[in-house]
Design a protein around this ligand. Structure first.
Ligand code: NAP
Ligand code: G4F
Length: 347
């Protein structure tokens, strides 16, 4: 049985990846942070008491700021594969806490790579790199596009990107970057724009909210569906040689289009509810991201199935249900049709 270690197992991607690897027969170890409230909501449905013989998922307290504990975990578990997803992952917040973002999102990767190197074991490593690293580089962006980062978060991710390449070249490690474009789902954190919008739509329908404050409506992103993107992390580590891959849908849409699509899906007029609050503007913005996924299609045989309109419907349906209302249901039908053998729990 292969063993995988996931940092950030409680996050959006970590939770899907955990489900995916369990479905592939892996023993999965996740690092979680100690918090005064429960932070395991996204993985509670797959957790089995470790005393049970059926247990295949094991959680370990740790923090990516704590090299000693990272070393201990890697030394004790001896994983075959490490998926490094833990990060301060919010771009806007990285302008407020740039030093912390550097410590976690950049130096955290040094701590993991060093622990793997010092273990002396052949451990495959996946780094959660980001399309945010392309910044103001003109679209479409591919593996060969020059990076022009526009935030402390993007600079921190770029550090980790280069360190991953450096450990691959310098120490002959199987270390890879997945340069993933924005991917969303019903498990997306509530302050990222997609989820903020779909949740607000549901909350307005439920009569609990009458205003939605947003920032820049003109920014464009290449938005895909998170479960499909976590599967590609695994594929990247199953190749014969370590390499870096861009993953996205190849389509981009503005925040305004996302707003229009989400409100109109449930029959609401968005202009009645949406206002602009400059608090959500960023000192430097990334205007347009579009993935060039030729390499992933050719080498990894990867084709995304969920498009922008599908994604919005899937997310609005889930949020409407979470507010105790009956969903329109088109999103559910898309999931049934496109993923008859899906390995994740539909939220
Ligand atoms: P997310 O939902 O914000 O999850 C981040 C995870 O990191 C959470 O489990 C969080 O723990 C954990 N974490 C944060 N700080 C930590 C620390 N100091 N020590 C240990 N764990 C810590 O992010 P995501 O959307 O799943 O993204 C996963 C990774 O891919 C991130 O590195 C992100 O930057 C990158 N990425 C994401 C996208 C995207 O569109 N989603 C695109 C490209 C790259 P808590 O649950 O306790 O907060
Ligand atoms: O949803 P966002 O916060 O995602 P952003 O900044 O693109 O970052 C996400 O994707 C990256 C991949 O490219 C990841 F690496 C990163 O970890 C994260 O998952 O913002 C998307 C766009 C931005 O242009 C922002 O200015 O939406 C715009 N926006 C407009 N109003 C807003 C809002 N963003 C947020 N979060 N909140 C708003 O009210």
């Amino acid at each position: 049985m292969k063993k995988a270690l996931i940092t950030g197992a409680t996050g959006q991607d970590g939770s899907y990846l955990t489900e995916f690897l369990l479905s592939k027969g892996y023993q999965v170890h996740g690092i979680i942070r100690r918090a005064s409230t429960f932070n395991t909501g996204r993985i509670d449905h797959i957790y089995v008491d470790p005393h049970s013989k059926k247990a295949k998922l094991f959680l370990h307290y740790g923090d990516i700021a704590d090299a000693e504990q990272i070393n201990n975990i890697i030394f004790n578990i001896k994983p075959d594969e490490v998926y490094h997803l833990a990060a301060q992952s919010h771009v806007r917040v990285s302008f407020d806490i740039p030093e912390y973002t550097g410590n976690i999102t950049a130096l955290g990767t040094t701590r993991i790579l060093e622990a793997i190197r010092r273990s002396g074991r052949k451990i495959k490593f996946y780094q959660a790199s980001s399309s945010e690293m392309f910044g103001s580089a003109l679209p479409p962006q591919s593996e060969t596009t020059q990076f022009q980062p526009q935030s402390p978060y993007a600079c921190a991710k770029l550090y980790s990107y280069w360190l991953t390449k450096n450990y691959r070249d310098g120490y002959n490690m199987f270390a890879c970057n997945g340069i993933l474009f924005n991917h969303e789902s019903p498990r997306r954190g509530e302050t990222f724009v997609s989820r903020k919008i779909t949740r607000a739509v549901a909350s307005i329908l439920a009569g609990k909210q009458d205003k939605l404050y947003l920032g820049n409506l003109n920014a464009k992103r290449d938005w895909g569906f998170a479960p499909e993107y976590t599967e590609i992390m695994w594929r990247i580590l199953q190749q014969d040689k370590p390499d870096d891959y861009v993953t996205g849908t190849g389509e981009s849409h503005s925040v305004k289009e996302l707003v229009e699509e989400a409100f109109s899906y449930v029959g609401l007029k968005w202009k009645k509810y949406v206002s602009i609050d400059p608090r959500y503007f960023r000192p430097t913005e990334v205007n347009n991201l579009i993935a060039d996924i030729k390499k992933a299609k050719k080498v990894l045989k990867w084709h995304p199935k969920v498009n922008f309109n599908d994604l919005v419907k899937i997310m609005v349906d889930a949020d409407v249900r979470a507010f105790g209302l009956k969903a329109i249901g088109e999103g559910d039908k898309i999931l049934e049709k496109k993923f008859p053998n899906r390995w994740w729990k539909v939220d």
